[in-house]
Design a protein around this ligand. Structure first.
Ligand SMILES: *[C@@H]1O[C@H](CO)[C@@H](O)[C@H](O)[C@H]1NC(C)=O
Ligand SMILES: *[C@@H]1O[C@H](CO)[C@@H](O)[C@H](O)[C@H]1NC(C)=O
Ligand SMILES: *[C@@H]1O[C@H](CO)[C@@H](O)[C@H](O)[C@H]1NC(C)=O
Ligand SMILES: *[C@@H]1O[C@H](CO)[C@@H](O)[C@H](O)[C@H]1NC(C)=O
Length: 237
């Protein structure tokens, strides 16, 4: 009785170890980590070889490695300035840099809203949320002028922005656009273009389903109905 129980438990251990061994050998087509320029090691969901991750990185790009976040949040590619942690980068958007330099902020509101990666949750910070509101409606009651500034340089709408740490929900009829904000600026009544920044932190978490899929040698994909799918090719466990 005792003997067979021990035998059974060692069989469990054996199967468990064997399973781990299989997972590892399947996974080994993609490196666990890869060295990327002066950033050190990066890991999934970042990848520098096709089919190994969800967010392609070009480590040879100059002056800094580039990460591709297809249409997230405002342009396809971003310079990576620093790796802050395994799931956080300090990045620069050349697109936003141009927007701020040329003061062409109106066009930002014409772009599609935040894209959606079903297997990854992302957030960027610090950030402030701008409101796009009708031009000839008075919002003095809904948007306190001591907390929010008003930018009226767009033809068909006005932009309201928090001067310091304001974070009201958008008033009725206004739409909200979160944008990266400046790390240094703290003082009140600032110009909109000094409140925004092209350099900011990006943090992500990969869903457990997708991590397990990746560890098992599969690809995280989505069907047209936005449902998560783990594609394992010809290999199946
Ligand atoms: C994952 O996708 C890549 C390219 O998209 C492909 O080369 C690879 O074979 C796929 N792997 C599996 C297990 O389907
Ligand atoms: C990622 O997960 C951590 C720990 O659970 C959480 O604190 C953080 O807010 C998450 N970030 C995102 C972007 O999902
Ligand atoms: C803005 O920053 C806050 C606090 O860091 C964060 O919780 C939120 O997810 C960010 N918003 C976006 C759109 O990333
Ligand atoms: C916003 O900043 C003011 C003064 O700087 C502070 O008193 C207030 O607590 C802050 N509010 C939030 C929500 O952080």
């Amino acid at each position: 009785m005792v003997f067979s129980r021990r035998a059974a438990s060692s069989l469990v251990v054996y199967v468990f170890l064997f399973h781990i061994y299989i997972l590892h050998s399947v996974d080994s087509q993609c490196p666990r980590q890869f060295q990327c320029g002066n950033l050190g090691n990066l890991e999934f969901p970042l990848a520098n070889s096709p089919g190994c991750g969800l967010l392609p990185v070009d480590c040879g790009a100059l002056p800094n490695p580039i990460i591709h976040l297809d249409n997230y949040p405002f342009s396809p590619s971003y310079e990576i300035l620093k790796k802050s942690s395994p799931n956080e980068l300090f990045i620069r958007s050349p697109f936003l840099e141009r927007v701020l330099h040329n003061k062409e902020i109106c066009n930002l509101f014409l772009r599609p809203p935040m894209p959606h990666f079903p297997s990854i949750s992302m957030s960027f910070f610090p950030n402030i949320t701008l409101f796009k509101c009708a031009k000839y409606i008075n919002y003095d009651n809904e948007i306190p002028q001591d907390i929010y500034g008003n930018y009226d340089g767009c033809d068909s709408f006005n932009i309201y922005y928090p001067k310091s740490n304001g974070s009201l929900p958008p008033p009725k009829g206004c739409s909200a656009l979160p944008l990266p904000s400046n790390l240094q600026c703290n003082s009140d009544s600032l110009d909109l273009f000094y409140r925004l920044s092209a350099d900011y932190h990006l943090e992500w978490n990969v869903s457990v389903d997708c991590l397990n899929c990746h560890r098992g040698g599969g690809n995280c994909t989505t069907k047209t109905d936005n449902e998560f799918r783990c594609e394992k090719g010809t290999i199946s466990l």
